[in-house]
Design a protein around this ligand. Structure first.
Ligand code: K7E
Ligand code: CUA
Length: 673
């Protein structure tokens, strides 16, 4: 999120001063509000939270899971970044998840979450998340809280308006923040040929209703603007999608001034039902591209990365009435659709009011041809013709709006650090509460659905200043919980977050709590290097590769003595966790591993690559405290000089015969338990 301080200079200077010296800007009631109401966010020890809050991790590339109302952190789900907790992106099985057309990308930036929906309501199946920098969308399975799939988006750069979902999860969309020359064009052009050579694109990604698997159904080529955010229509506006865009000036330098030259940018309305018809009618052109599609299989416990090479593109020039532009003041950021699907709220970051558009009026404007010319061949609707009205004097720097399903909207104000509650029908501002400080997104449980759950609202803040104990140059990011059940919003709780939270969604715990996967069945494990029992454990050499089929069960590793590895060997530890009980992972670490450690769930097999770089004895051990004898869950690997004749040998519970002249033949023994 970047802000332009150019246009409403004086106001913004004042607001910036506020940000720098928050104390002086605190509303008079801040102390009272900040005292919180512990009883309302208190979840007694042993009791469960009412909601799961699935929160973007921003620059850490992960997704975090908190309980609401307690604000307790349950899990960090690795998505677009390697994880030092589980070995995601480090283990041989999960490395392909982070593969892209640019090769392996170990860290990305993650902004938005979309939960799957059925008939406009959360169905608790999947959470989708965007990779912002190297454009991708991930699907998280809410029975395992793991990333199941990652799809790269071609013709895109800065996948910001993504992912947003339709009311039956038909599509999730991804619109490019940066327009660029299309992937199959020669992109080696002068940057100042932006206006001729740079194009935008919006991708419609279909979601398989049973498996959840994603595939790019089609892309729409658009004018070379910057897309910011999006929402699907719902109810009466189902079949439409709305995207905010800025830089209609098509500036390619100093955007803070040059992309704010015009009074109005646009909300782009896409009639995707129409787009589907054009696709069926063969209007799409095939374009040669390269993008990765990565999937994780819960039986092989392995990911596969496939490079796809074609995408279908619809050009608005061939597809009349598919796209319309609605003028919108001052670089709109959020464009949010209310639960009925009638109202589209566009938040111009630099605008003095919040325009609210009416879907019914938009349809009438199209029927009446209430147009205001064209932009790059796309029809522009007359602003007033689509306007329901403007929320006057809402505050400074409106960004995002959520809804409670009772006719009220809540808009975050970055510059004036507050949330404003207003009524959709008459656009009256009814209440405002301070946030500490510089709020970005906000979330009402179920807020983007047709039936919000209301009750709570969570603010995700960019700065915390004086709210927490300081931690050096960087202070924690944080969220704040508000009670919105009454007329007045009430601050209940502050809680720190990991990374930088952007968007988040919350859903009732009851939707997913009972559907949790507890173990992976060992008999269903089809990993290429599984050991289904300690008797199957072994060590084999293949050239300079040594494969170790290892098992883990409380409280030993099999084998736990390995000899015959030579300097320069690549050793692959394939560890199968034989446990079949809930919440008994085992870990694995070996001295000198310059990859990572791994964590293996019950019934799962995971592999760690380790290179023998010197002679000696290398202890290995379980890293997850799994039983009273966890500290005993360990072993030794001997490395001999390259070319030595120490035979490959492995054992557990039996000592190798006391011989000095090692045989060259592979030997092994495993104790019977
Ligand atoms: Cu407003 Cu990237 Cu959704 Cu952050 S964006 S705040
Ligand atoms: Cu297994 Cu500790």
């Amino acid at each position: 999120m970047k802000f332009n301080y150019f246009k409403i200079y004086v106001i913004l200077i004042m607001a910036s001063a506020c940000l720098l010296s928050m104390q002086s800007c605190k509303p008079k009631t801040a102390q009272a509000a900040a005292s919180g109401d512990a009883s309302k966010s208190f979840v007694a020890p042993g009791k469960y939270d009412e909601f799961y809050n699935i929160v973007s991790g921003g620059f850490n590339g992960q997704v975090a899971v908190y309980g609401i109302p307690s604000g307790r952190l349950f899990r960090i789900i690795p998505v677009f970044s390697q994880s030092p907790e589980s070995g995601y992106g480090f283990s041989e099985e999960t490395k392909p998840m982070l593969n892209t057309s640019h090769g392996f990308v170990p860290w990305d930036d993650q902004h938005h979450i979309a939960l799957s929906q059925t008939q406009g309501e959360h169905d608790g199946r999947w959470a989708f998340a965007n990779g912002n920098n190297t454009p991708r969308i991930a699907r998280i399975d809410l029975t395992t809280f793991r990333t199941s799939e990652i799809l790269e988006i071609p013709n895109s750069a800065g996948n910001h308006a993504s992912p947003f979902i339709t009311e039956n999860s038909e599509y999730i969309v991804a619109a490019t923040r940066f327009s660029i020359p299309l992937d199959d064009q020669n992109g080696d052009v002068p940057i100042n040929t932006y206006k001729q050579n740079f194009k935008g694109s919006v991708s419609f990604i279909s979601v398989n209703p049973t498996s959840g698997e994603m595939s790019i159904a089609f892309q729409i080529r658009t004018p070379g603007v910057n897309f910011d955010l999006s929402r699907a229509g719902k109810g009466k506006s189902h079949g439409w999608f709305f995207f905010s865009c800025y830089n209609s000036e098509k500036a390619n330098t100093l955007l803070e001034q040059n992309a704010s030259a015009k009074d109005k940018d646009f909300v782009m309305a896409v009639n995707w039902k129409k787009a589907e018809e054009y696709l069926k009618a063969g209007k799409a052109k095939k374009q040669a591209v390269r993008y990765a599609h990565n999937t994780y299989d819960d039986n092989t416990h392995s990911a596969t990365s496939t490079i796809l090479t074609e995408v279908a593109i619809l050009d608005p020039a061939d597809c009349p009435d598919m796209l319309y532009l609605i003028p919108c003041p001052k670089s709109p950021h959020g464009t949010d659709v209310d639960p009925t699907g009638e109202y589209i709220v566009a938040s111009g970051k630099l605008a003095a009011s919040i325009p609210v558009f009416s879907f019914t009026k938009l349809q009438k404007a199209i029927a009446d041809k209430a147009f205001d010319g064209q932009y790059d061949g796309i029809t522009v609707i007359k602003y007033e013709a689509a306007l329901h009205g403007e929320v006057a004097k809402p505050g400074l720097g409106p960004l995002h709006t959520e809804f409670d399903g009772k006719g009220y909207a809540y808009t975050s104000m970055f510059l004036s650090s507050e949330i404003v509650k207003w009524r959709i029908s008459d656009l009256q501002v009814l209440d405002r509460v301070p946030t500490y400080y510089a709020i970005g997104h906000l979330s009402v449980p179920g807020g983007p659905t047709a039936k919000p759950h209301g009750k709570y609202m969570i603010a995700y803040n960019k700065m915390t200043k004086d709210r927490y104990l300081p931690t050096g140059p960087e202070l924690t990011q944080s969220a704040q919980l508000y009670d919105i059940s009454g007329e007045k919003m009430k601050l209940l709780l502050d809680f720190p977050t990991t990374g930088e939270p952007h968007y988040a969604e919350a859903l009732p715990a009851a939707l997913i709590q009972g559907k949790q996967r507890k173990i992976y069945k060992i008999e269903e494990n089809t990993h290429a290097y599984v050991s289904k029992g300690e008797g199957k454990a072994k060590v084999e050499r293949n050239g300079n590769q040594v494969h170790v089929w290892m098992t883990a069960i409380r409280s030993h590793l099999t084998p736990d003595n390995i000899e015959g590895v030579k300097v320069g060997d690549e050793v692959y530890f394939h560890i199968t966790n034989l446990e079949q009980d809930w919440d008994v992972p085992h870990g694995f670490a070996i001295k000198g591993a310059n990859n990572a450690e791994i964590l293996i769930m019950p019934g799962e097999t995971q592999s760690l690559k380790w290179v023998a770089d010197r002679t000696g004895i290398f202890p290995f051990y379980c890293t997850d405290f799994c039983s009273a004898l966890h500290q005993e869950m360990s072993g030794y690997l001997r490395v001999s000089p390259a070319g030595s004749n120490v035979a490959l040998h492995f054992s557990t519970g039996t000592n190798k015969p006391a011989v000095t002249a090692d045989t060259v033949k592979t030997t092994g023994s495993v104790s019977k338990n």
